[in-house]
Write a protein that binds this ligand. Structure first.
Ligand code: FPP
Length: 252
């Protein structure tokens, strides 16, 4: 695989959508109103990512730890997911979006699980934008489930323990179908990864913005892409090595 050192558009953008609660509280609204407006921002960003030629968009919608939130907030989020799946899947299809949900899906009720399966099936032939919603997802969970499935499938677990490679482990992660994210965006002002794509973000460019998720619109997405376009991606090499191999690629 050829890695571009100064790609203008990231192939894969991952987003930690933070700040819904604070957006609502600042307006004296219940926190769930922020999640509801968050769905509008999700729609806007999916459309903009498609327009800009991003191939993979991965959104952190609900973490393994979010189950610990107050029961009414969890129920509202589940209701929003159900509504969004019922209402938006047709529109995703029209925009050439393939949707997948990655996470511990068995934790969801059976209606939501079956809506997820239907949405994945209905959009599976689309290829303009690969949208992944991470739900009941944690990066540590993902690594552990990958190792478990490798062990379960191994004819000789001792041999697996001796010879296990990074590539094998990556092939069993929930996002094995996607390249690693080039750009990770986190809204809401915090500067942490919060157990998102721990394995896959090893070399991602990290973009933190104070904009709260419900305010994150097409222009804000473009600002993140513009910042990304200024980054030099070195993947552990020196700047001189990177410039040399870019020049060689241009000559080839
Ligand atoms: C973090 O904000 C956001 C969430 C835990 C939920 C994200 C969900 C959505 C944007 C809506 C549904 C998404 C889809 C894909 C239909 P927070 O509540 O932690 O905000 P705070 O830090 O201000 O409290």
């Amino acid at each position: 695989m050829t890695r571009q050192t100064r790609p203008t558009v990231p192939r894969h953008v991952a987003i930690i959508m933070d700040g819904n609660g604070r957006w609502a509280t600042a307006r004296h609204l219940p926190r769930v109103a922020g999640h509801s407006r968050g769905v509008d921002a999700v729609r806007a960003v999916i459309e903009q990512a498609g327009r800009r030629g991003v191939e993979y968009l991965t959104l952190f919608a609900f973490s393994s730890e979010n189950w610990k939130r107050p029961q009414d907030e969890v129920s509202t989020l589940m209701r929003l997911f159900v509504n969004a799946l019922q209402k938006e899947v047709g529109r995703l299809g029209e925009n050439g979006v393939r949707m997948r949900v990655v996470g511990e899906l068995a934790a969801f009720d059976s209606q939501l699980q079956s809506l997820i399966r239907d949405a994945e099936r209905q959009t599976m032939h689309n290829s303009r934008l690969q949208l992944t919603i991470c739900a009941s997802y944690g990066g540590r969970w993902d690594i552990v489930q990958s190792v478990r499935s490798l062990i379960a499938a191994a004819a000789d677990p001792r041999e697996l323990a001796r010879a296990l490679t990074e590539r094998q482990l990556a092939e069993h992660l929930g996002l094995a179908f996607a390249p690693d994210p080039d750009l990770l965006i986190r809204t809401g002002g915090e500067q942490r990864i919060s157990n998102f794509l721990l394995w896959q973000c090893a070399y991602s460019e990290l973009y933190f913005t104070h904009t709260l998720w419900p305010d994150f619109d097409a222009a804000a997405f473009d600002a993140a892409l513009a910042w990304f376009a200024t980054r030099e991606r070195r993947f552990g090499q020196t700047s001189a090595q990177v410039s040399r191999s870019a020049a060689e690629q241009l000559r080839a």
